[in-house]
Ligand binder design. Structure first.
Ligand code: NAD
Length: 496
């Protein structure tokens, strides 16, 4: 096997797991990478117990001291960037050109951001002078033991986006990575331990939905931070709500891009390509519904077709490769099902790509889960490929007559994760973006999600935000104290 087997991690070290064993696969070749030992319910109980034991001391460690440990973890992550990026490339099938410049980097940035925020007073409350002799003060207190549940598309980045604010705020965590891409979790746990995080503050359990379900509904879990599909998120949020747990839900999308009539076509095409083909389209914020003004359609398509040759599938460690396979056989079948449906049932016009494998793949990659980047045009709002999240490299072009109509159609979905506008007239771009029903919006760019920017979905795409100043609020609860110094108690039970 290319990597050591994985077992649960708690009390600051790897421990024996007692659940079923499954395998993680290199999606570029179909070869097995490692055996992953699931946690059984007792393993999960013990990991939660380890996190509970660690909570009193970690939550009362001064924020500055917690920050110092997290900053050490940031240095270790950056020192080991390429080593971790290689592991992520093997597990996810994303090219090394991407994992080495995005995944670890944007995760480490978030740890640095929250370490800085709490060291700089980000957990301070308010004081409110009520009267001369009375005031209120508030405190932001950690919640307790939190569960982090990861999706497979940005494994270490998701783990860092969850654990950074969680730990910075003084909570402890039991993290379950996706069963599809679990390799990063032990590396991260070891880095946190090496950085000085006390045993039990960050713990890992492995497994599929049953392990996730057991963890998130556990009575000792105070909060669930979940990233995944809308359908799973609804189940997890439902069970958490029934037990009054705090939740953050980062779910799927079907995001629109509106290309305004005055847009620079080349910029809009570059943006639309990044919004659909980066990470082989396996990005939650993908802008898969591209609304183009009718008169611009042919020029837009022509420029897009010119640029499709710059998508390069191939050996994932080559610096020029910028397009990998899909993450798993199951996901491959799902995406191919949508492409086939688009051609045969929706009868959208296939402008590029389709059901064949990308051309020119080396011999050793032919068993991998490769698809061709695909473009449909002449799409209509009622098509399945326009309504449902495909989570693959499928760009759909829809035309519109006027901006009013484009906004209305863009908003005509239950999902509200991201949206964007391309146009030269910034006043118009702001006006349009302000009417789009989505939590993450971009003007003349797509996809960048820096640590400073709070991101989260509207409508069915989620609850709460990650990152930015607001991101810390999801990991604390408020305590208000009213202090009265008047030495007299205001009472209605006095003698008449
Ligand atoms: P998924 O819902 O299938 O699985 C996500 C995680 O939930 C996995 O770890 C899985 O084991 C776990 N899980 C499954 N059933 C569970 C249950 N009953 N209780 C608790 N945990 C359970 O999602 P996926 O296919 O891994 O990820 C792809 C989806 O994630 C896409 O829809 C994508 O849009 C979304 N996503 C959203 C964001 C965001 O920030 N909004 C980011 C990345 C991915």
């Amino acid at each position: 096997m290319a990597f050591d087997a994985r077992h649960v991690y708690y009390d600051g070290k790897v421990q024996q797991s007692h659940g079923d064993v499954f395998r993680t696969i290199d999606p570029s070749t179909g070869n097995t990478l490692a055996d992953i030992h699931s946690a059984n319910p007792t393993d999960v109980d013990v990991a939660i117990f380890s996190a509970s034991k660690a909570f009193p001391s970690w939550s009362s460690t001064p924020p500055m001291a917690r920050s110092r440990i997290l900053l050490k973890a940031v240095s270790l992550l950056r020192e080991r960037n390429d080593e971790i990026a290689k592991l992520e490339t093997s597990d996810t099938g994303k090219p090394f050109s991407e994992t080495s410049t995005v995944d670890v980097v944007t995760g480490a940035d978030v740890v640095e951001y929250f370490a800085g925020l709490v060291a700089g007073g980000g957990l301070n409350g308010e004081t409110i002078q009520l009267r001369e002799d009375a005031w209120v003060y508030t405190k932001k207190e950690p919640l307790g033991v939190c569960a982090g549940i990861g999706a497979w598309n940005y494994p270490i980045q998701i783990a860092l986006w969850k654990s950074a604010p969680c730990l910075a705020a003084g909570n402890t965590m039991v993290y379950k990575p996706s069963e599809v891409t679990p390799l990063h979790a032990q590396v991260l746990a070891e880095i946190y331990t090496e950085a000085g995080l006390p045993p039990g503050v960050f713990n890992v359990v492995y497994g599929a939905g049953d392990v996730g379900g057991y963890l998130t509904s556990h009575p000792r879990i105070a909060k669930v931070s979940f990233t995944g599909q809308v359908a799973t998120g609804k189940k997890v949020a439902g069970s958490a709500a029934g037990n009054m747990k705090y939740v953050t839900m980062e779910l799927g999308g079907k995001s629109p891009i509106i290309v305004l009539p005055d847009a620079d076509i080349e910029n809009a095409v570059d943006g639309a390509m990044m919004a659909n083909f980066f990470s082989t389209g396996q990005v939650c914020t993908n802008g898969t519904r591209v609304f183009v003004p009718e008169p611009m359609k042919s020029a837009f398509e022509q420029k897009l077709l010119e640029k499709m040759q710059y998508i390069r599938a191939g050996n994932l460690s080559n610096a020029e490769t910028n397009f990998g396979p899909l993450v798993s056989r199951m996901h491959y079948e799902k995406v191919m099902g949508y492409i086939s449906h688009g051609i045969k049932v929706d009868k959208a016009k296939l402008l590029y790509g389709g059901l064949e494998k990308p051309e020119g793949l080396p011999e050793d990659l032919t068993n991998g889960y490769w698809v061709r980047p695909t473009i449909f045009t002449d799409c209509t709002d009622s098509m399945k490929i326009i309504k449902e999240e495909i989570f693959g490299p499928v760009l759909n072009i829809l035309t519109y007559k006027n901006i009013e109509e484009a906004v209305e159609r863009a908003n005509n979905t239950e999902l509200g994760l991201a949206a964007g506008v391309f146009g030269r007239d910034l006043n118009m771009a702001h006006k349009v973006v302000s009417r789009l029903e989505a939590g993450i919006t971009w003007i003349n760019t797509w996809g960048e999600s820096p640590a400073e920017m709070s991101v989260g979905g509207w409508k069915q795409s989620g609850v709460g935000v990650e990152n930015g100043r607001r991101g810390i609020e999801a990991w604390v609860r408020n305590k208000s104290t009213l202090v009265d110094m008047s030495d007299t108690i205001q009472t209605v039970f006095a003698k008449l």
